[in-house]
Design a protein. Structure first.
Length: 400
């Protein structure tokens, strides 16, 4: 049995600061608004939904207490739909979709709404604490801030500061062109207040005025962590061939801190037909991988290889790719390792331009690639993200 995507929606992404447009909006409201939208756009009888699966990384405060279940209660009449909230770090939104697809494909569920949410302005990254921030654990298992991992990859690959800055500029320029062309109109649902007035209707984070000269003036964000706090020493213990780490990443060529949510309607063919829905794409394969946690961000390479092998496909069989721009070097390294044509990758810009709402990004990227496949009348897309702790995730979809 196959799992199909019938609809995909997202909020605009707001700057993840107290000055951002979505700071006054609770994360449950971001998510509930999308659940209402999924219901209304599809005239969906929500009693037919078996579960709501939501990715969320920092599950404390406004994002604690199983936000999936309470968003469903807030958005939909009745009490019949359960919910579960999961955390696979930056992959959480895509993991939620993959989990839903697995349940549908197995026949255990017929219809699931899946996605993610993260309000980084209201619930700061790291507010949940945990072993990843424990120095004793870091020194024993090997764990450093992801920016240092990104700088390590750049050092090993010989990728320069100018190259990562040029990649970042390209992301901003593609994002500006996509927004000007209205390429996200189908999927973005405006965030509204209790009176129905719009709070945010378009992505807030992109900086179309970005220039190479402006990027060049920004200081490396992770050099102090590496040098003054001794984390470069921890890295060199695992990678003794690295004499010195070149720190090239900064706020302008790394993903931005933002708020946002996404949701997709997943069901099997028979349930979709019974509900009067038309499928947009089939989830063809999914993959998870794990590897050495200090270099951490190379997981998209292994996850992509695994997803392609499971689907019986090669890189050349994929029409469009979304590789999350957690840091510029992540998709750059991934493209080099796999020989991916840059013209097929993040064609509407990525998280450097739009920001990375941790728990929602994977679902947003799947949404983005599906819309763009339809706009270009292409068939296959692959989404992949690096994941904290040295994991990788990938999902392949094909239009139907």
């Amino acid at each position: 049995m196959s799992a199909y995507i019938f609809d995909a929606v997202r909020t605009p992404r707001g700057r993840g600061k107290t000055s951002g447009a979505l700071y006054t909006t609770r994360p449950i409201d971001l998510l509930a608004g999308l659940l209402e939208g999924i219901r209304d756009r599809n005239e969906l009888d929500t009693n037919e939904v078996d579960d709501v699966v939501v990715g969320c990384v920092t599950q404390v405060g406004d994002q604690g207490a199983c936000i999936a279940r309470f968003a469903a209660l807030q958005a939909w009449e009745g009490n019949s739909v359960p919910g579960v909230t999961l955390n696979r770090f930056c992959a959480s939104g895509l993991e939620a979709v993959n989990h839903a697809a697995a349940m549908v494909a197995s026949g255990l569920h017929d219809c699931v709404v899946a996605g993610g949410v993260e309000s980084m302005s209201r619930v700061p990254m790291g507010a949940d604490g945990g072993a990843i921030f424990d120095p004793a654990v870091q020194w024993k298992v090997g764990s450093v801030p992801q920016g240092i991992s990104a700088d390590l990859i750049a050092t090993l690959d010989g990728i320069t500061r100018d190259e990562v800055d040029r990649f970042a500029l390209d992301s901003q320029q593609k994002a500006a062109a996509a927004m000007e062309d209205g390429r996200f109109v189908r999927s973005i649902l405006a965030v509204r207040d209790e009176n129905g007035l719009p709070i945010l209707e378009v992505d807030e984070f992109p900086r179309p005025e970005t220039t190479l000269d402006g990027l060049a003036k920004l200081g490396a964000s992770f050099e102090a962590f590496g040098v003054q706090f001794g984390l470069d020493t921890l890295v060199r213990r695992r990678y003794p061939s690295v004499d010195r780490i070149t720190h090239v990443h900064h706020a302008g060529n790394s993903s931005g801190i933002v708020d946002g949510a996404a949701a997709l309607l997943i069901a099997n063919e028979a349930k979709g037909r019974a509900l009067g829905l038309t499928p947009r794409a089939r989830i063809r394969s999914v993959a998870l991988t794990a590897e050495e946690p200090i270099i951490m961000l190379t997981g998209p390479v292994t996850a992509t290889k695994k997803a392609l092998a499971k689907a019986g496909m090669t890189v050349d069989d994929i029409d469009l790719f979304e590789c999350n721009e957690a840091f510029a070097v992540v998709p750059m390294h991934w493209m080099r390792e796999l020989g991916v044509d840059p013209a097929k990758v993040n064609v509407n810009g990525g998280s450097i331009a739009f920001g990375h709402p941790l728990g929602a990004t994977g679902a947003m990227l799947l949404n983005t690639v599906l819309d763009e496949l339809e706009r270009r009348d292409l068939n296959t897309g692959l989404v992949t993200l690096c994941v904290g702790g040295g994991m990788g995730i990938a999902t392949i979809i094909e239009r139907v």
